[in-house]
Design a protein around this ligand. Structure first.
Ligand code: YSA
Length: 360
């Protein structure tokens, strides 16, 4: 490269060397920016400064000097662009390394909710009874004493009202003693409601929550679930009741399970029975869960009392029926070997997690 004078040539060459030497030392983007301002900055950059000093040259020297500065500027700019790509690339590589996601790591577990064991068994019972021709319906938990007691052949002052004492929450109508509002003590009121609503044939099950004035212990809660069953038609007999409950029990606990019916009293059935199944834990040999008897009580049942049929407008000379009421938690306890009903509503996640992934 030649210019009009040796001083100017030396100046340009020295500046180019300084610029390229310094550029080679640069390791980060901030230093690169400072370097750019110092050498290539449009206002204060050293290369532009050479052009500004051109006024001191003779008119003949100026064009060659300008061309030499501009050629130097082009080379230095090219060197800058190349360096910028390396420095920027290094920064990008560093950033990517810091933000790296290891896609081979196992995912974080997402906590999943699970169905409560009472819901699981209710659904299972509903599926079993559907195969036997029963429809699943629901009814009110806040109930009139007319349905909870009177229509079920339990008049005011009947001692059975003591056994099924509950929370009285108000009254309806003018005579409080005749029709009060209670939290239902069993699902049996839905027998009367269903029969009032439709003509026979009737085949329903009614799962739902019940409430009782109850001292809680390992097998009693003040709030628990029952499953009511009702079948009414012409010529329904006790054999139908026994066959239905035997089939249900075998579906639930296995085909070798035996069922036992013993006389019992409920004002709304005649005859009445309690029914039990061979203990699912010991197979009937006797253990802690069945208190050594080999049997576990599942609920009450019987043939619908003629008074109940009459109360809802059915003619007991034409129609007959059977009904039953099961404690759902008791069935869950038998099925899964749970020895204290108070676990169900203690809100202890460890208990509920035992049922995670259980499917019916
Ligand atoms: C009887 C005859 C029928 O034709 C229809 C239904 C019934 C059952 C009747 N309504 C009834 O409630 N009988 S019961 O008081 O003996 O309860 C039935 C079942 O509910 C019991 O066998 C038990 O499994 C469950 N149960 C009762 N009280 C309970 C309870 N479960 C948990 N905690 C309580 N406090």
């Amino acid at each position: 490269m030649t210019t009009g004078g040796s001083i100017e040539v030396g100046q340009i060459e020295a500046l180019e060397r300084e610029a390229t030497d310094r550029l080679a030392q640069i390791a980060d983007e901030a230093a690169l920016e400072g370097w750019f301002r110092e050498f290539l900055g449009r206002k204060d950059g050293k290369l532009s400064g050479l052009l500004r000093g051109m006024g001191a040259l003779s008119p003949e020297e100026r064009p060659r000097f300008g061309a030499a500065v501009n050629a130097t500027k082009d080379r230095v700019t090219a060197a800058y662009e190349a360096r910028k790509a390396t420095v920027g690339g290094a920064a990008l590589t560093a950033r990517l390394a810091a933000d790296a996601v290891d896609i081979t790591q196992p995912g974080r577990p997402v906590p999943m909710g699970t169905l409560h064991p009472t819901t699981l068994v209710t659904r299972e019972l509903s599926a079993i009874f559907a195969l036997l021709g029963f429809q699943t319906i629901e009814g009110p938990e806040v109930e009139e004493t007319r349905y909870n007691f009177d229509l079920l052949n339990i008049p005011t002052n009947h001692p059975a009202r003591d056994k099924w004492d509950t929370f009285y929450v108000g009254s309806r109508g003018t005579d409080d003693t005749v029709n009060e509002i209670v939290l239902r003590t069993h699902t049996s009121p839905m027998q009367a409601r269903t029969m009032q609503r439709q003509d026979p044939p009737v085949r329903v099950i009614v799962p739902g929550r019940c409430y009782r004035y109850e001292a809680t212990d390992a097998s009693h809660e003040a709030i628990f679930f029952q499953l009511e069953g009702l079948a009414v038609d012409k010529k329904i007999t006790m054999s139908d009741l026994k066959g239905t409950l035997t089939e249900m029990t075998r579906q639930l606990f296995g085909s070798s399970t035996k069922v036992r019916f013993r006389c019992d009293f409920f004002p709304f059935v005649e005859p009445g029975v309690d029914f039990s199944a061979t203990c699912a834990v010991c197979g009937g040999k006797g253990c802690r869960v069945c208190k050594g008897t080999g049997w576990l009580e599942l609920g009450g049942a019987g043939m619908v009392h003629p008074n109940v049929l009459r109360n809802v407008g059915y003619d007991p000379a034409i129609y007959s029926g059977f009904a039953f009421g099961l404690g759902i938690e008791r069935i869950v306890m038998i099925k899964y070997g749970i020895d204290d009903i108070r676990n169900f509503y203690a809100n202890d996640l460890r208990f509920l997690e035992e049922f995670a992934g259980t499917r019916i």
